[in-house]
Design a protein. Structure first.
Ligand code: NAD
Length: 501
């Protein structure tokens, strides 16, 4: 929560100084090329900064630094307690600079300042602290082999981990990856999305201040097809953890097979179903959760509940509640602490979302709410919260829009609800509302999704895994399970019967 008012945030925004160069081997450096990325403020359409875009040679340099320090062992082989101390300091610095980081993130991608500070930054600091605290509580194993053998199963860091991340939660999603990777002893090279390099470059400065050795934490902004591809194809990157669209995720599988078979972890797109059964215990709460489930972060959320299925018997009672909840989330200036829906990340993205709405209308869907761009601030890329009703086969009900557009449809009975929910190439999140405990468990088991919410939507905690099935990807961020992605299991077999003659 922010206690500061709108004018405070506007003043702070005017005084910010932004870091625009890559962070490689402990320093902000110039690129070996001349390419830049233009960062815009989606709330106004104004340019924020020109950010240096890394080319393949810059990526080579970052990976070489990460490899050198990994081999030297100052981070990779130090006691977990020592890594914990540095990471806790890093988490404390993130907390201490949360307002500044939240502001940069809001300026670069348009999310409301209240969410940026109260959610993203809080979660980012908590994530780093959580893995710091976890790492000196992990034990290895001794296998039950018999008394002539001592066989240990130990976990070892992989080496260089690349993280390629999206713009919708620039710091939190990066932290879900770098925090467990660093805690395990790896070096990381983070490639932010084109639209959101500024907040993580400031974070890199805090990583250095916390005491992470040079080369352990690198941030290489750049174009996906250049810097992202160079990491994907790099022979010295041992693992690549990705969050972004399914189409780009598939590319990373190809990059891996065309290079060194680096392991790839993918968190990709979603089209998550949200089911409201006629025995829903609280229609108001369900309507509010359905609206928040799609309009939070302007709908630019991988787990957005973008397909809402409401049981026929309660549809007419539910719809007015839903519309009221949507009206309570109009697009507003992201720097106003009262705003719950900000600006879309770019003019191109706004146009793409409007196209989906047009297509839905052309396919016969009914517009209940919104459907147009909004302009709470001149020049910004806003959209009204939009609700379309229609056939589950209509394009806006099937394709990931990644904007504030909710598709709604009716169903009758449990079997149809499950069939509709599972009829998607994606399988990230799914929600259901019912007052029947048996149904809650029955349906939750049948839903093909990595995350299922019952009588709530999109709730979570760093202690539980996050990720999907089907074309939403594989591997899990968050929880202790994420540590396994950044470690190799080593078997060491010691023959105790051997006695030198
Ligand atoms: P994107 O796939 O366009 O970009 C993601 C990252 O990949 C960026 O850093 C980008 O520069 C890089 N990239 C793009 N093209 C590349 C290429 N050819 N080679 C290498 N790297 C490349 O996705 P986006 O638009 O930034 O983010 C939106 C998508 O992310 C949505 O599909 C959303 O569902 C997904 N997402 C998923 C999760 C999850 O946890 N499953 C979370 C957030 C976002």
């Amino acid at each position: 929560m922010t206690t500061q008012d709108h004018s405070h945030w506007r003043r702070q925004a005017d005084q910010l100084s932004l870091i625009t160069r890559p962070f490689i081997d402990g320093d902000f450096v110039d690129s070996q090329g001349a390419e830049t990325l233009t960062a815009y403020n989606p709330a106004t359409g104004d340019m924020l900064a020109e950010v240096t875009a890394c080319n393949a040679a810059d990526i080579d340099r970052a990976v070489a630094a990460a490899r050198r320090v990994f081999e030297a062992g100052s981070w990779s082989r130090c006691a977990p307690l020592a890594r914990k101390t540095v990471l806790l300091r890093f988490a404390a610095l993130i907390e201490a600079h949360a307002e500044e980081l939240a502001l940069i993130q809001t300026l670069e991608m348009g999310k409301p300042i209240a969410d940026s500070l109260g959610f993203d930054l809080a979660e980012t600091a908590r994530c780093v602290a959580w893995y710091a605290e976890a790492i000196d509580k992990q034990y290895d194993e001794i296998a039950p082999t018999g008394e002539d053998v001592h066989a240990t199963i130990s976990r070892e860091p992989l080496g260089v981990v690349a993280a390629v991340v999206p713009w919708n939660f620039p710091l939190m999603i990066a932290a879900w990856k770098f925090a467990p990777a660093l805690a395990m002893g790896n070096s990381v090279v983070i490639k932010p999305a084109e639209a959101s390099s500024l907040s993580i470059l400031r974070l890199a400065e805090l990583a250095r201040e916390a005491g992470l050795p040079a080369g352990v934490f690198n941030v290489t902004p750049g174009h996906g097809a250049v810097a992202g591809q160079a990491l994907g194809l790099h022979m010295e990157v041992d693992a690549l953890t990705f969050t972004g669209s399914t189409a780009t995720g598939k590319r990373f599988m190809r990059y891996s097979s065309d290079s060194n078979l680096k392991r790839v972890w993918l968190e990709c797109g979603g089209k998550s179903p949200h089911l409201v059964f006629a025995d829903c215990p609280d229609l108001d709460a369900a309507a509010q959760a359905a609206a928040a489930g799609i309009f939070t972060n302007q709908g630019e959320v991988c787990i957005a509940g973008s397909r809402l299925f409401v049981e026929e018997a309660i549809f007419d009672a539910f719809l007015p509640r839903l519309l009221e909840a949507a009206r309570a989330m109009p697009a507003g200036d992201p720097l106003d602490p009262a705003t719950c829906m900000g600006a879309l990340v770019s003019a191109e993205h706004q146009a793409k979302v409007l196209d989906f709405i047009e297509q839905g209308l052309a396919e016969g869907m009914t517009l209940h709410q919104g459907g147009r761009s909004a302009s709470p601030v001149e020049g910004g890329w806003y959209l009204e919260p939009t609700i379309l009703e229609g056939d589950p086969a209509a394009t806006p009900m099937r394709e990931e829009i990644f904007g504030p557009v909710l598709g709604i449809s009716r169903f009758s009975g449990e079997a149809e609800a499950i069939a509709l929910a599972n009829d998607s190439v994606y399988g990230l999140g799914a929600g259901l509302w019912t007052g029947d405990l048996g149904r809650a468990h029955r349906v939750a088991k049948r839903l093909r999704a990595g995350l299922v919410w019952v009588n709530c939507y999109a709730d979570g905690d760093i202690s539980v895994p996050f990720g999907g099935v089907k074309q939403s990807g594989f591997g899990r961020d968050k929880s202790l399970h994420a540590l396994d992605k950044y470690a190799d299991l080593k078997t060491t077999w010691v023959n105790l019967a051997y006695a030198p003659s």
